[in-house]
Design a protein around this ligand. Sequence first.
Ligand code: ATP
Ligand code: MG
Length: 272
Amino acid sequence: MIKINTSNQHLVQPETFNLNAVSTRAADHFNFDRDTAEEEFKTLRKELIQLQYRLYAEDKQKLLIVLQAMDAGGKDGTIRNVFKGVNPQGVRVTSFKAPSKIELAHDYLWRIHKAVPPRGMIGVFNRSHYEDVLVVRVLNLIPEEQWRPRYAQINQFEKLLSDTGTKILKFYLHISKDEQKERLQARLDNPEKNWKFDSGDLVQRRHWNDYMSAFEEALQNCSTPYAPWYIIPADQKWYRNLAIMRVLVDTLRKMDCQLPQVKEDLTNIVID
Ligand code: ATP
Ligand code: MG
């Protein structure tokens, strides 16, 4: 078993911070190169596959992974790379788009609660209830009196999940505005990627600073011991993948899932 560097360097601490001052790249002292990082990533992914097998077999605990990012921040690529080779039966990805009429007729956590993972499962949220303190705030979809109390409500909701056996990990994929420009430009330039281009992303991009403030406040108010936020430097995809994989494998190791006890003595069973 390889030793994971878990200095919790990307964990959001309670004190205030300025997101613009947080690097979107791997630290300079990251003293190994991309090839070494990719090797470690692959080794840890093999372990993830084993750990997920045990989580599923144990059928007691649940793991919820929340991914948030600006457009082109790498949520899809993270899911594709991190969960490659993991038994699809044990992982459920839910992508949260703008709410439907029916969803809007309910409280904002209704659709979220329905999607949380049941026992033995890993649930991945591609966007989440955090949109309800991010986009709704930035685009003024509802007044502040309505979104401000949501930080406390979200903490209570996540506490409930945690108290009932769900381990929660939340990753904000932190890309720079320049990196977003490059990725959006690639969607324009590469015919294979044209389908991903959404001119709506340019509208959101104009609100970059407002989004940074909204993320700052959400991460500060809602990083708790039972549902921590991590700010993952995400300009370099290989580093992003490794940083998330490390937290994930470390967490699953600590969950210490056990294969179920065999219910009967199997030694004398003969299959005819
Ligand atoms: P991709 O573009 O990679 O397919 P995406 O997550 O950007 O993935 P889109 O359909 O482009 O998917 O965008 C989803 C949109 O839904 C985002 O702009 C997001 O802000 C919006 N959205 C998600 N949840 C809410 C919410 N609760 N209220 C309002 N808008 C929301
Ligand atoms: Mg989009």
